[in-house]
Design a protein around this ligand. Structure first.
Ligand SMILES: Cc1cc2nc3c(=O)[nH]c(=O)nc-3n(C[C@H](O)[C@H](O)[C@H](O)COP(=O)(O)O)c2cc1C
Ligand SMILES: [Mn+2]
Length: 484
């Protein structure tokens, strides 16, 4: 468990997974360009700490989550599948058979308790209080040349439902308008937008607090697609195996993580909108400018010598791919609670989450693949899935080439493609209307006679076990002596 960002950075440093950059590099395009170049190197490149961003005396930490190894390290696991196992275990309680069994369950009880955040009296995020603080003190990046300005790209945005008091935490980018105001880019389907909808109906200001640079599990939790009404901080507490500590904001009725580097306290006003964008987005294209609410700053608090944690998105793969991979693994066991026939699920980097979803199933009855498509289109943020590809259980959906091969050989386009319409991601650029368009499912499972397919299915090629063993043994020698 990393107690804060500094602790995580120190661990990355020790493991030689962090490049410290002492020379001055500008937050205006240069840091983003360097990070992009590093992200495109094999394996995602190292984490980066820009110690001297030009014009600021606050270091910039970036690409911290940008590799499989670092994402695992952030979550304190050796493989992301371990996370899936942990979630499976905690969500599948077994009735203890006796006292010994019950004792074995005690660690699980502890982990449930970790999920509850607790409020503490003071936190390092409030070591320095600046009621008249300015966003100009923070080395906020301009990422791409046509961006509408500088954007805070990895904030944890805290709000409460004005009626129920239920908390939401989401990562929504914030475009700097001036020293004391920003855009608040919560898209219409997201938790923050729902709280704002309620506030507008009541004609009330919505308090908003933004935590920058908490510990890695907390930072991740704000990006995770938690079902509405479930507190992201519960997921964070579970992952970090220790309760999240919160402190009360000084100027707003909200609580924020005590271990964060910087807190921005403020509010959004009902009815106020301002043009936001363009922004070089994780689609690899610039998002169109649009009207979004405005965040007004009432106070900045921070620890002494804060580090600014941020990210850059652009043409995949970049850091957000690895954050998404962690969500994919964590939510798979939860999805399987209602869809146990799902064997595996994958969001390939080039599909930027909502464009392509690959799912393997244990097919049990005619039309099963189509049932899965419809379920996906009705399930939380999976509703955005523009293309859902369903294959049989033996196909490895983590292997994109294998899926392409199986789809090509198994589908009859007119028969196996299903279209539907529904809500689209706000970043969808190809649909005629914003946030509303069509989706396609491809049933690439083997077709059954009960589905109307009566021709014999061809047999997949494989050699005999004896010949395969001989080949493996010879390969050892061949691969030593020659190359392609
Ligand atoms: C780096 C990064 C930037 C993001 N920016 C936005 C954004 O500007 N607006 C948005 O609605 N979602 C954005 N997201 C996605 C949300 O964080 C994600 O959908 C999250 O699950 C929302 O939480 P919620 O369901 O509590 O609203 C971003 C995700 C990442 C990883
Ligand atoms: Mn939420």
């Amino acid at each position: 468990m990393f107690k804060d960002l500094n602790h995580f950075i120190a661990a990355l440093d020790d493991a030689r997974m962090l490049a410290r950059i002492a020379e001055p590099v500008s937050p205006d395009l240069e840091i983003a360009a360097v990070t992009d170049r590093v992200s495109k190197s094999p394996g995602g490149g190292p984490a980066l700490l820009f110690e001297n961003p030009t014009g600021y005396d606050m270091p910039v930490a970036i690409n911290l989550f940008g590799s499989m190894r670092r994402m695992c390290m952030a979550m304190d696991v050796s493989s992301l599948d371990d996370l899936a196992d942990q979630v499976e275990e905690i969500t599948t309680p077994k009735l203890p058979g006796g006292i010994l069994d019950a004792m074995k369950m005690l660690p699980m009880v502890g982990r449930l308790k970790d999920a509850l955040p607790k409020t503490v009296k003071d936190g390092r995020c409030q070591e320095v209080v600046r009621k008249n603080g300015s966003l100009d003190e923070i080395p906020i990046l301009k990422c791409w040349p046509d961006d509408g300005g500088r954007y805070i790209t990895l904030p944890m945005v805290f709000t409460k439902d004005p009626e129920t008091g239920m908390r939401n935490v989401g990562t929504y980018r914030m475009q700097v308008f001036d020293a004391r105001s920003t855009g608040m880019h919560w898209q219409r389907h997201k938790g923050g937008a729902q709280h704002y909808r309620v506030a507008e109906r009541l004609g009330r200001r919505l308090p908003v607090a933004v935590a920058l640079g908490p510990d890695p599990a907390l930072a991740f939790s704000a990006t995770a697609p938690m079902p509405e009404g479930l507190d992201e901080l519960m997921l964070a507490g579970f992952l970090r195996r220790e309760r999240v500590e919160l402190v009360k904001c000084l100027t707003q009725d909200l609580e924020v993580p005590a271990n964060a580097q910087i807190i921005l306290e403020g509010y959004v006003e009902p009815g106020e909108r301002r043009r936001e964008g363009p922004f070089g987005d994780h689609t690899g294209f610039y998002s169109h400018p649009d009207d979004y609410p405005v965040f007004h700053l009432t106070c900045i608090t921070h620890r002494k010598n804060p580090i600014y944690l941020t990210t850059v998105v652009g043409i995949p793969p970049m850091e957000d791919f690895y954050l998404g991979k962690a969500s994919e693994r964590i939510f798979l066991p939860l999805i399987r609670k209602t869809l146990p026939e799902i064997v595996d699920m994958s969001f390939p980097a080039a599909g930027i989450f909502h464009n392509i979803v690959l799912i393997s199933i244990d097919k049990r009855y005619p039309g099963h693949a189509r049932k899965i498509m419809n379920a996906v289109w009705g399930l939380g943020q999976l509703m955005f899935s523009k293309t859902v590809i369903v294959v049989d259980k033996e196909v490895d959906v983590q292997n994109e080439a294998e899926v392409a091969w199986i789809v090509g050989t198994h589908y009859d386009p007119e028969r196996d493609v299903q279209f539907t319409r529904g809500p689209m991601d706000d970043l969808e650029d190809a649909s005629d209307l914003p946030a509303y368009g069509s989706k396609m499912g491809i049933d690439a499972t083997r077709k059954w006679p009960s589905e109307g397919f009566t021709r014999p299915w061809p047999k997949k090629i494989a050699t005999t076990p004896a010949a395969a063993a001989r080949a493996e043994e010879m390969w050892q020698r061949i691969s030593q002596g020659w190359t392609s």
